[in-house]
Design a protein around this ligand. Structure first.
Ligand code: PMP
Length: 352
């Protein structure tokens, strides 16, 4: 078709499967196995649908103020979006506008190269070492920006703040985005460093540790200037992305810190138990500080295990990609779900 030559073509991001059938043990998209805070449910019940006539507050002030209080920063230092995917996409569009390639790891969140493609941002991937760790030197070269998840996904590896500080210091001309989608499961946030580094932006999400993947809330924290640039682009794109119920329910989640800590604690305990079980079954993995484990088996190919699990209604994530095609990413579920996984694996591995 002649009009096709004007298309903006891109290979889209492929998300993990959302199976429709009942009874699935779903350990494939790093969701939280527990429900959101009871205060979130109450906020939903109390929401007055009559209000939906009106546009929502485009600054999502109530939610931004709650987050500012929680993070001990000014409201002007916070940007909220429809999941951290929205926040990251806006950040790519805003900050990565130069000619030099942006840098991110070769094994990482597979949305980064898609955003780079769709926004026509040149990029270069930096190979992780054989232990799936970042090689700091790779980021001490001229670049148009840097984005790294910490802990990294899908490896679960947490890197030290000191290493990121070196990267930040060496790159005063680039914005450095640290994607902290999984930081609450055992890492130390870079958040306190936003005052020290004006080129640092930290991104977090309600999808994992706050058990609200379905509501779609993510946020960025940085100095006021970076946030202002981000908002200028966002309001030039779509002003009213945060809907009213999200603002109310998100605010309720932030205010229930005790519940947040309780479910994170449970997931961390289950993760540590699962690590021991997997080790006994002959799996190896880099130590995970996230809500998933990225594991490979000493003799049985990951793809075979993945398919066998799926046939038995246990969904984990598998990528047929270089360097990681013998690994499974297993999200941490409830104790009961993980026990079922381990029980299945014990039998399956004995037979293979
Ligand atoms: N960053 C990383 C590293 C992720 O794994 C995910 C989850 N797919 C996201 C960002 C996006 O999460 P969300 O849009 O649900 O906040």
């Amino acid at each position: 078709m002649s009009w096709e030559k004007n298309m903006r073509t891109v290979d889209p991001y492929v998300a993990g499967e959302q199976p429709k059938q009942a009874g699935v043990i779903k350990l494939n998209t790093n969701e939280c196995p527990y429900p959101p805070s009871p205060m979130v449910r109450k906020a939903a019940e109390d929401f007055d649908c009559e209000k939906l006539r009106l546009y929502p507050d485009m600054n999502a002030e109530k939610l931004v103020n709650a987050l500012a209080g929680y993070c001990h920063v000014k409201p002007e230092q916070i940007f909220v979006g429809v999941g951290s995917d929205d926040v990251l996409a806006m950040a790519f569009m805003t900050f990565f506008n130069g000619d030099k390639p942006i840098l991110f790891p070769d094994i990482t969140y597979s949305f980064y190269d898609v955003w780079a493609d769709v926004f026509r941002i040149p990029f270069r991937t930096c190979p992780l070492d054989e232990d799936f760790c970042i090689r700091k030197e790779d980021y001490l070269v001229p670049n148009g920006g840097i984005v790294i998840p910490n802990p990294n996904a899908p490896t679960g590896v947490l890197e030290a703040t000191a290493m990121f500080e070196e990267i930040l210091q060496a790159n005063p001309d680039s914005v450095v985005i640290i994607d902290e989608a999984y930081i609450d499961f055992g890492g130390e946030s870079m958040l306190p460093l936003i005052e020290k580094y004006d080129n640092l932006m930290v991104v977090q999400t309600f999808s994992k540790s706050r058990a609200m993947a379905g509501i779609r809330i993510g946020f960025a924290i940085a100095n006021e200037k970076l946030i202002r640039y981000l908002k200028d682009v966002k309001f030039s794109f779509n002003s009213y992305t945060m809907n009213m119920p999200s603002i109310e329910m998100g605010t309720a989640a932030v205010l229930d810190d005790a519940y947040f800590k309780e479910i994170v604690g449970k997931i961390v305990a289950t993760r540590e138990w699962t690590k021991e079980q997997l080790r006994e079954l002959g799996f190896t993995f880099a130590d995970s500080k996230s809500n998933f484990i990225f594991a490979t088996h000493k003799s049985v190919p990951a793809r075979d295990i993945f398919l066998a699990l799926k046939e038995n209604n246990i969904y984990v994530r598998y990528w047929n990609k270089p360097r990681i095609d013998n690994y499974l990413r297993i999200t941490i579920g409830t104790d009961e779900q993980m026990q079922k996984l381990i029980t299945f694996l014990k039998t399956y591995l004995k037979e293979h």
